[in-house]
Design a protein around this ligand. Structure first.
Ligand code: XMP
Length: 333
């Protein structure tokens, strides 16, 4: 698909039937575009890259090489899920790279949020490029670009020379230049989800809440340490489990834990217990430009506080962030 402007006549994909028709059409287009060549895909486990992977597995099977980079900043079990769904269930050609040490070593002692983001973004491209260089015969790069990315790029490029798509593996080094395969680039997010379900991806993967590229790196505030990152991951898993249990997971747009780099004095087993506070953030929004706070029943909050403080080593308080955006952003960094 070369055209990047959605025709006005293109129907919204709202039903499984429309999704299947779209999938069949894309299978033909992808096969015509790539022939018998290999296609590389950075598979983060997010909705867009997962749907593209599932679609391309259907179209070209093992000609698709998926690379999942675990930067050590994923949520609990996330990389394991990617492996389970794509390698075990969909029989994908999946390369799993555990680059935790590479990322955490580089991030050690770095407290400035923008520097952390830059390090994570740059290292991600380097790890991915290292893997790409090891492969032979790859001529195409698949990306989960969706229509809002294109609209955003057009907006950014107004008055400038070229309209470029923006996505997380854009910016690869010059020795790695591929032709792009972007099968969902004319779709809006809700349509990508309908296509994902039609492709048989798990509901939780297709309706996964947004997760920033730098992952838990922007929620482990200040300089990241392994012990605080571990506490964050465990506390976040408890929050997600409890939101699932009481139906809030379907209602709240984005929810997570952030842990600042401070300790307070507490008490446990009749002894002084210094620990970090875990901060709960649970927001609703349409476009992430503004956000409101979801009102969580006190009994749910009490249960989460009890579980986190009992089960997670190093956390002695749990706070609930009631600040809308503005003035708070959704993330803390
Ligand atoms: P803020 O914190 O700016 O976040 O209110 C708005 C939305 O964007 C997500 N976010 C990011 N996503 N890379 C991403 O891919 C990032 O660096 C990043 N920072 C924030 C955030 O999770 C929220 O959904």
């Amino acid at each position: 698909m070369q055209n990047s402007i959605r025709p006005e006549t293109m129907a919204r994909i709202t039903t499984p039937e429309l999704a299947h028709a779209f999938i069949e059409e894309q299978i033909k287009e992808v096969r015509a575009q790539v022939g018998d060549k290999k296609v590389l895909l950075a598979l983060s486990g997010g909705v867009d890259s997962s749907v593209v992977a599932a679609l391309l597995i259907k179209a070209i099977g093992k000609q698709l090489v998926c690379v999942h980079v675990n930067h050590g900043l994923m949520r609990k079990n996330e990389s394991e899920n990617v492996i389970e769904v794509f390698r075990n269930q969909l029989d994908a050609n999946l390369i799993y790279v555990d680059a935790t040490d590479r990322f955490l070593d580089l991030l050690a002692g770095v407290s400035d949020p923008e520097s952390k983001r830059k390090i994570i973004g740059k290292e991600f491209i380097e790890v991915f490029a290292d893997e790409a260089r090891k492969l032979e015969g790859v001529e195409f790069l698949a990306q989960g670009t969706i229509y809002p990315d294109i609209l955003e790029s057009i907006k950014q490029a107004e008055g400038k020379k070229a309209v470029k798509s923006h996505h997380n593996v854009g910016g690869l080094p010059d020795d790695l230049q591929f032709e792009l395969v972007e099968p969902v680039k004319l779709l809006f997010k809700d349509e990508v989800r309908v296509v994902g379900e039609a492709l048989g991806l798990p509901h939780a993967m297709v309706y996964r809440q947004p997760f920033p590229g730098p992952g838990l790196g922007v929620r482990c505030l200040g300089a990241i340490t392994r012990d605080r990152l571990h506490a964050l991951r465990e506390a976040d898993a408890i929050l997600r489990e409890e939101f699932d249990n009481c139906g809030l997971a379907e209602k709240v747009w984005q929810y997570f834990i952030a842990i600042p780099d401070i300790k307070s004095v507490g008490v446990k087993d009749e002894s002084r217990y210094e620990g970090w506070p875990a901060i709960i953030r649970a927001v609703n929004t349409k476009d992430a430009m503004t956000a409101t706070i979801e009102e969580i029943p006190y009994e749910v909050l009490h249960k989460i506080v009890a579980r986190i403080t009992n089960e997670v080593e190093g956390i002695n308080r749990v706070l609930f962030d009631l600040t809308p955006k503005p003035t708070g952003t959704i993330e803390w960094e």
